[in-house]
Design a protein around this ligand. Structure first.
Ligand SMILES: Cc1cc2nc3c(=O)[nH]c(=O)nc-3n(C[C@H](O)[C@H](O)[C@H](O)COP(=O)(O)OP(=O)(O)OC[C@H]3O[C@@H](n4cnc5c(N)ncnc54)[C@H](O)[C@@H]3O)c2cc1C
Length: 520
């Protein structure tokens, strides 16, 4: 017999497998020996009251053999000699999941990635963190696995397509992610685990006959009679194929410039920009769990905040409990911050982007750049941050209350950002409307989370790569409306906002291409 039910449990009752099994046996009214196993189907934490509770939905096997969870199988084909080829530009989640899905459709993907493979990429990340030197082709945004590889690996998405989300999570589990991502309300993988998962995906693509080429930066498109025929790389090679998936992410400014210079339609897109805020994790734990110290049975606490300030949205973005502030610049003269966490989220800091919505009306000074207005605005703020930090990726920063009260900080707290922080006047970095919105929002956040508005927190500039500042349009067939066989995809084109949604968009585009190719 199998019994499925939802139950509310104390954190200690969920703390390990055998304790949980005994608790479930009790709930089912049977002795533990009659339970052969169980699957967690959903798990979330409710920390609103003084006592935190786990809410779980579980399927228990009683008096019958336990069956492991069934993952959605990938139906990969051998495509080495396939007569249909598709070029995928970019090996981020959108590009990699597009490649896998093309293989399922019997189409050979040729993945071209400007950066290095995950292992070689590590050395460039070390140079960023230790020496403050950015390799513009290999950094936190560029390289195998894309911007998501050295991230927190949070897998939440606003998408309501539960089946599609489950499919992406299920594929990640097949490539080595922990099964708990299938049931946790806020699943995450962790920076330490993502590289092996990405490597396993690449190896599978190659094993099936797909190609994955590193250090191949696409620098031109081959377009004939308004149809995409292939691409040229900076390294001087040409690749030809039936279609091209453009999945180059939100930081590929050269691609946006290339499209614009070739008069291929792109549009300026609203995005959000602000700062990354770091508190001691113990402080966030005590606020969220309403106790001086976190129970050993509870994970480091997260938070999510949103506030309207003078009609403008200010919100937390990519909160990383137990994390590190990452230097995510892609050029040598910019400071960009983001965040990541290891799988255990066991660093002593809690960081989060706190960002302000940027709208068309705020970009008047950049109008001369047409559809690239938001991109140049973003770049300017990043360059301001670099100058204010004093070089070598040192980031300008202030204590939170000092920032809100327009004071400078005579000292700064310890911070996880490895290139270092420097007390600086953030009015030299952030546009006035961004600063004013943040100042007011921090005070409001302090009312929602007592203790949040404190000088023990540090405000680090600038969090600017929240989403793409450009949209690459596509029609109902997911092709560019002017250029046949060009398929804009993922976050860079404006169709995703995170790892899971980018992966979903990759699959969606690959499916559409296969439909177009086979119905020709
Ligand atoms: C530090 C950090 C932490 C993050 N944390 C999270 C998180 O926890 N959860 C989450 O959901 N999202 C997170 N994100 C965002 C997430 O990484 C992106 O939403 C996601 O990776 C977008 O996928 P994509 O495939 O569309 O683009 P990308 O991942 O940006 O991939 C684009 C790829 O294209 C390549 N490329 C660019 N130009 C060219 C060219 N000319 N030729 C060839 N290749 C090119 C790039 O090198 C890159 O590998 C984080 C991002 C960063 C930087």
């Amino acid at each position: 017999m199998q019994k499925q039910f939802s139950i509310k449990l104390l954190p200690s009752e969920v703390s390990d497998h055998s304790i949980l099994q005994n608790t479930l046996a009790q709930a089912c009214g049977v002795p533990p020996r009659r339970i052969s196993g169980f699957h967690l189907l959903k798990q979330s934490i409710d920390a609103r009251g003084k006592q935190a509770w786990f809410h779980i939905t579980v399927n228990v096997f009683i008096d019958e053999p336990f069956q492991p969870i069934s993952l959605i199988p990938l139906e990969l084909k051998e495509v080495r000699n396939a007569n249909k080829k598709v070029i995928v530009i970019g090996a981020g989640p959108a590009g990699l999941f597009a490649a896998l899905h093309l293989i399922e459709q019997g189409i050979q993907p040729i993945v071209l990635e400007r950066g290095k493979d995950v292992r070689a990429r590590r050395r460039d990340l070390a140079a960023i963190n230790k020496e403050g030197i950015v390799n513009p082709e290999s950094n936190y945004c560029f390289g195998e696995g894309g911007a998501g590889t050295y991230s927190d690996g949070k897998l939440y998405t606003r998408s309501t397509k539960r089946g599609d989300v489950y499919r992406i999570l299920s594929i990640l589990v097949q490539f080595g992610a922990d099964e708990k991502i299938l049931y946790e309300a806020h699943p995450h993988i962790g920076t330490n685990k993502l590289p092996n998962i990405i490597t396993a995906i690449r190896n599978k693509i190659i094993e099936c006959g797909g190609e994955v080429r590193f250090e191949k930066k696409v620098s031109d498109f081959i377009v004939e009679q308004q149809a995409m025929k292939g691409v040229r790389t900076e390294q001087g090679e040409e690749f030809h194929a039936e279609a091209v998936i453009l999945a180059t992410g939100h930081s590929a400014r050269d691609i946006f410039k290339l499209l614009h210079s070739k008069k291929i339609l792109i549009e300026s897109k609203p995005f959000a920009l602000g700062v990354r805020v770091e508190h001691p994790q113990s402080l966030i734990d005590s606020i969220q769990y309403h106790c001086p110290t976190r129970s050993p049975y509870l994970p480091p606490a997260a938070y999510s905040l949103v506030q309207q300030v003078n009609g403008r949205g200010v919100f937390s973005f990519c909160m990383c409990p137990g994390g590190i502030i990452a230097p995510a610049a892609t050029n040598t003269d910019e400071v960009v911050v983001n965040g990541w966490s290891p799988s255990k989220r066991n660093n002593p800091y809690a960081n989060s982007g706190i960002v302000v919505s940027i709208e068309e009306k705020n970009l008047k000074a950049y109008q001369r750049y047409g559809p690239l207005a938001a991109m140049y605005f973003q770049q300017q703020v990043e360059q301001n941050a670099f100058k204010a930090g004093g070089g070598k990726l040192v980031a300008p920063a202030l204590r939170m209350v000092d920032f809100s009260e327009g004071k400078t900080s005579s000292s700064l707290p310890d911070c996880s950002y490895l290139p270092g922080i420097h007390s600086a006047d953030l009015s030299q970095v952030l546009p006035d409307f961004v600063q004013q919105s943040l100042k007011l929002a921090f005070k409001e956040f302090g009312k929602k989370m007592k203790g949040y508005f404190t000088n023990d927190a540090v405000v680090v500039a600038t969090e600017s790569r929240t989403s793409s500042p450009v949209r690459i349009p596509r029609n109902n067939e997911l092709q560019h409306p002017q250029i046949k066989n060009l398929y804009p995809c993922g976050e860079g084109a404006g169709y995703a906002g995170g790892i899971v949604s980018a992966a979903m968009d990759g699959e969606k585009v690959a499916k559409q291409i296969s439909k177009a190719i086979y119905t020709k």
